[in-house]
Design a protein around this ligand. Structure first.
Ligand code: NAD
Ligand code: ZN
Length: 251
């Protein structure tokens, strides 16, 4: 069964194929980055859904920044795994390859990926909460752990916030436009994502409506499992590794 699935995917990856991959937290799990769902996603018994919101930040910016500081410090010690490396390789090898990630950890760039469509922003970027006139739209703040919590805007002295998309917030229109263009593809792989967080969770269905062959790769079943053309159960690092061994052997 697994062999047939791998074959069905490999057949659709080639020099002129348009391949789009959407990744979620499961892709970074093997690097040691905690996913949001499951008990390892908890921090001091807070669920991510209670901290990654504009309301939480408005009521207690220090608490939210302490959580981000913990995550940033943890991620700063993590290295890309085989899944990130395979995706970076495909980005160099196949002209029509596009990568959309919901991850904010930056491990794809560390693995060498370029032009990543960062659906939910980056944990290494911040912006001025007031959007003061002199500050850039966003900038990199990669000190981890931070010397001072909460960090302040160097231009106005006010609060800065993480450059990520929180629950209840909209996606950057330019990012949405690039993601939408990437839905015009021959093969769409949704890898290591719980398919619960919208609008990202709707991308696989939209790609299928536009004619793409859709595949889910996940350790567990998700709400998307019954809606894709093919579901492969397994770790992202393992299944992408299998695919690459077959593809690499073909050259
Ligand atoms: P999620 O935490 O909701 O779900 C993780 C999914 O990965 C689950 O379906 C799980 O079964 C699967 N999984 C776990 N280990 C796996 C593995 N080794 N291989 C394949 N699949 C595996 O994550 P989500 O769907 O990405 O949504 C949560 C939101 O939280 C995202 O929007 C993202 O921005 C954010 N987030 C990011 C990171 C990160 O940057 N690494 C980590 C946690 C959460
Ligand atoms: Zn400012």
């Amino acid at each position: 069964m697994r062999e047939n699935s791998i074959d069905a995917i490999v057949r659709r990856i080639g020099p002129s194929a348009r391949v789009t991959v959407l990744t979620g937290a499961g892709v970074s799990a093997a690097s040691g980055v905690p996913t949001f769902r499951g008990k390892d996603g908890l921090w001091k018994s807070y669920a991510a859904e209670r901290l990654a919101t504009p309301e939480a930040f408005a009521s207690d910016p220090r608490l939210v920044w302490e959580w981000y500081d913990w995550r940033r410090t943890l991620i700063s010690r993590c290295r890309p795994n085989g899944a990130h490396r395979t995706l970076a390789l495909w980005g160099r090898r196949y002209e029509g390859f596009r990568l959309i990630t919901q991850n904010v950890d930056g491990l794809d760039e560390k693995a060498g990926s370029e032009g990543v469509i960062r659906f939910h922003g980056s944990i290494w970027e911040v912006f001025c909460l007031d959007g003061c006139a002199r500050s850039p739209r966003r900038w990199v703040l990669d000190e981890a752990p931070l010397g001072h919590i909460p960090p302040s805007c160097p231009w106005c002295g006010g609060l800065v916030r993480p450059g990520v998309v929180w629950f209840g917030e909209g996606i950057d229109p330019e990012v949405l436009r690039r993601a939408d263009a990437a839905l015009d593809c021959d093969l769409f792989l949704a890898v290591g994502t719980s398919a619960l967080v919208y609008p990202a969770a709707g991308l696989v269905d939209a790609a299928r409506r536009r004619g793409a062959f859709t595949v889910e790769i996940n350790r567990e079943a998700t709400p998307a499992t019954g809606r894709v053309d093919l579901a492969v159960q397994g770790g992202a690092e393992e299944v992408l590794g299998l695919l690459e061994r077959r593809l690499g052997g073909r050259e």
